[in-house]
Design a protein around this ligand. Structure first.
Ligand code: UT7
Length: 339
């Protein structure tokens, strides 16, 4: 693929995808032995029945999961790690603050001297990373980018009654996609958006020390290093923001909701997804849900759905697909593709 010259407009193809879920499953019935909760409460409030929990001592660190997902995506793309110009890793739960998880993934895959960096926008990270990667390819700066989404929220959750409102929600996992330049300018992003409201950062955050916690919030020492979430406020935000984001993206693209073949949404809560589907009168099979099996996997959520849909033959070249996410920050973002 040549670099674009004057007047040459290139497109962007979404090639292969990959995923990696930790071996251990934690069912609602397992959680019932650790905390005061019930399968019925969890299923009714969230739609989740089980999630995967990683064991870093058994080869399931954040970079292990991310590397496995990207390796699969490269195989599915018929490319080798050396073909990558850049690895963009969407995550907020790397083992270390430094180096970037993307560099550790690069080392695992033997990806040579390609660029490697992390991008953090909580549950929106992968959608933000995809928009960023696609823009870099579209301009001709890079040809081939691996976009990984990986998180291990289990290390920031208390598996006891004290942490039950978040322990039930989150699961670990990784998903990845490879994007590549094409001479067909019709392929790539049709419309996208990235938003935030920093005034609401305390709605979901992970404090490292007491001074990170605003004085008006009462958080015991046992919850330092653990995810703190105002679940009801986030739920309310999401129920209105999700459909508004879809509407905004459709308007930018000049498309109706039924002209998009598939909506691949962050799996935060089945009730939030159902509300978005109903607002646009979409049939059930157009807004994919896998939260029942994997929970909320943060940055991995959207690429995991994409991988499942792609391998099931439900997302194909030629279709229009919208990726949608929201999360801590608060952040929200979308990416509408012509595949
Ligand atoms: O991707 C990141 C974005 N995050 C989200 O999208 C999360 C959005 N929020 C939610 O999904 C919901 O707020 C939750 C599922 C987290 C919680 O559901 P809720 O209906 O908002 O429950 P709540 O936090 O208002 O709690 C209601 C009651 C409380 O008891 P009292 O005070 O009414 O007696 C909680 O202590 O439910 C209790 N509760 C539980 N009971 C059984 C909280 N967690 C549990 C639990 N099992 N696991």
């Amino acid at each position: 693929m040549s670099r674009p010259g004057p007047g040459h407009v290139r497109g962007v193809r979404l090639l292969g995808t990959g995923a990696c879920l930790p071996r251990r499953r934690l069912a609602n019935t397992d959680l019932m032995t650790m905390m005061d909760t019930t399968d019925e409460w969890i299923v009714q409030r969230t739609g989740i029945s089980t999630r995967h929990i990683s064991d870093p001592d058994a080869g399931e660190t954040t970079h292990d999961l991310g590397a496995n997902a990207l390796r699969d995506a490269l195989v599915a793309s018929h490319l080798s790690p050396n073909d990558l110009d850049l690895i963009l890793c969407a995550t907020m739960t790397g083992e270390n603050n430094c180096p970037p998880v993307a560099c550790m993934i690069s080392q695992r895959l033997n990806a040579g001297r390609c660029g490697a960096m992390d991008l953090s926008a909580a549950c929106c990270s992968w959608v933000y990373a995809l928009n960023t990667a696609a823009a870099l390819v579209k301009t001709g700066a890079y040809n081939t980018v691996g976009v990984v989404g990986v998180d291990r929220l289990s290390k920031h959750v208390l598996y006891s009654t004290e942490g039950r409102s978040t322990a039930i929600l989150f699961g670990d996992g990784a998903g990845a996609a490879v994007i590549k330049a094409t001479d067909d300018p019709s392929k790539g992003i049709i419309a996208q958006s990235m938003h935030s409201n920093g005034e609401r950062w305390t709605d979901i955050f992970i404090p490292w020390q007491r001074r990170d916690i605003p004085s008006e919030l009462e958080i015991p020492d046992s919850q330092i290093g653990k995810v703190h979430m105002n679940g009801a406020a986030v739920f309310k935000f999401a129920v209105s923001t999700f459909p508004d984001l879809i509407a905004e993206t459709l308007e930018k693209a000049g498309l109706r909701a039924d002209e998009v073949d598939m909506y691949v949404c962050h799996q935060s809560n089945a009730r939030i997804l159902k509300a978005a589907r109903e607002r646009f009168g979409l049939p059930e099979d157009k807004l994919y849900i896998n939260i029942d099996r994997v929970g909320n996997t943060v940055s991995a959520s959207v690429p995991l759905c994409l991988h499942e849909l792609r391998t099931a033959g439900k997302i194909k070249d030629g279709q229009r697909v919208m990726f949608v996410a929201f999360g801590a920050g608060l952040t929200w973002g979308s990416s509408l593709w012509q595949l």
